[in-house]
Design a protein around this ligand. Structure first.
Ligand code: SAH
Ligand code: SF4
Length: 347
């Protein structure tokens, strides 16, 4: 069992009953684990002996190996060992009006996007549902350490950490179920966003399984020729099919999808790409999120300079596309989008 967060409430109850505990104990431990995001040490109403046994036999399984902060403490990146085995990174971002956690769905990633540090390391492991959920529980606890310039209350979860969520679909859907369970963590599904490289069948299943969860699709190119190079899964799920899947998702959920686009200097920040992107975004009623490419060791090309970003934005706006440029959080601690890869010490 990787972590106690993999257990259902009933399973936890069965374990505690087998240990001779009264029925209310499971309720007590469950609600502290999920609602209060307490660790066993924090559970002052549970006897020290039981706390020890819980920690030994049903571990929380979140070991913070390293933690770095940036943006005056408002961005916190943690290197975490989950379930005693899988090492991943989680990033907590405090803004003026909200706190968002960027979670990992896999240790590494098999999709091979050339510009992405996680892609450059390849896939190590899929995370279990409890290991995914445990990152969010950690973030609820950690949010209390954010500076007073933020709400200090976790509000949003985005699957933009390490890994491709729809390549570990069953576990990701189950984790979302745990996080949105009103008897558990109790997060609103509308505050969860899945970011995908564009795994077409997974997009339709997301709409079926969790219709209130948001969808962000990493495009980065609006022609198959360029997208095949930047995002290898495009050869399997080309743009026309991807667009159809997103349109289906939108019809089923009645929500606005996002298109993610990392601006790469003289690669995908051209007038031609803007002109190809605009009609797709308009047809999908999508919001385009631009972000200057963050530097990674394995990709020599730079992010677009300001003038080229402005030009790209203007081209989209002229075509009446809804567009924003996202700020890059935690760049100097390699915590920004696409920069997550394990530090040398744990490789
Ligand atoms: N695998 C999923 C989610 C994790 S990546 C996906 O690809 O959508 C989260 C986001 O970071 C994606 O939009 C991804 O394309 C983007 N990204 C990857 N490398 C980046 C980089 N070097 N600079 C900026 N964004 C990057
Ligand atoms: Fe994987 Fe997303 Fe990185 Fe592509 S961008 S390699 S899908 S984590």
């Amino acid at each position: 069992m990787p972590t106690v967060y993999d257990l259902t409430k009933e399973q936890l109850g069965e374990r505690l009953t087998a240990w001779g505990e009264p029925p209310f104990r499971a309720e007590q431990v469950w609600s502290q684990l999920w609602k209060r995001a307490s660790t066993y040490e924090d559970m002052s109403d549970v006897s020290p002996r039981l706390r020890e046994r819980l920690a030994a036999e049903l571990p929380i399984g979140v070991d913070v190996l390293d933690e770095r902060t940036a943006d005056r403490g408002a961005t916190r990146k943690a290197l975490i060992r989950l379930g005693g085995a899988h090492v991943i990174e989680v990033v907590l971002m405090g803004y003026r009006d909200r706190v968002t956690v960027c979670v990992s769905s896999q240790a590494g990633c098999a999709m091979g996007c050339t510009f992405c540090a996680t892609g450059q390391m390849g896939l190590r492991n899929n995370l279990s549902p409890g290991e995914i959920a445990a990152q969010v529980v950690w973030a609820r606890r950690e949010a209390t350490k954010l500076p007073a310039s933020t709400p200090r209350r976790l509000g949003n979860v985005v699957f933009m950490g390490m890994g491709e969520p729809l390549a570990n679909e069953r576990h990701v859907f189950s984790a979302i179920g745990k996080l949105t369970d009103p008897a558990g963590f109790g997060m609103g599904a509308r505050h969860v966003t899945v970011s995908t490289v564009g795994i077409v069948p997974g997009i339709a299943r997301l709409a079926g399984a969790h219709p209130q969860v948001g969808l962000a699709v990493s495009f980065h190119a609006a022609s198959d020729e360029l997208r095949d190079q930047l995002v290898p899964p495009n050869t399997r799920y080309p743009l026309a099919e991807l667009e159809e899947a997103i349109a289906g998702w939108r019809a089923a959920t009645r929500r606005r999808p996002s298109i993610e686009w990392a601006l790469i200097d003289h690669v995908n920040d051209t007038d031609e790409q803007a002109e190809l992107l605009a009609p797709i975004a308009r047809r999908l009623g999508a919001h385009v999120n631009l972000i200057p490419l963050n530097p990674t060791p394995g990709y020599p090309v730079l992010g677009s300079p300001r003038a080229r970003i402005r030009r790209f934005v203007a081209a989209l706006e002229r075509a009446r596309v809804n567009v924003t440029v996202r700020d890059t959080r935690g760049r100097n601690i390699d915590a920004a989008c696409g920069q997550l890869a394990l530090s040398a010490s744990v490789r």
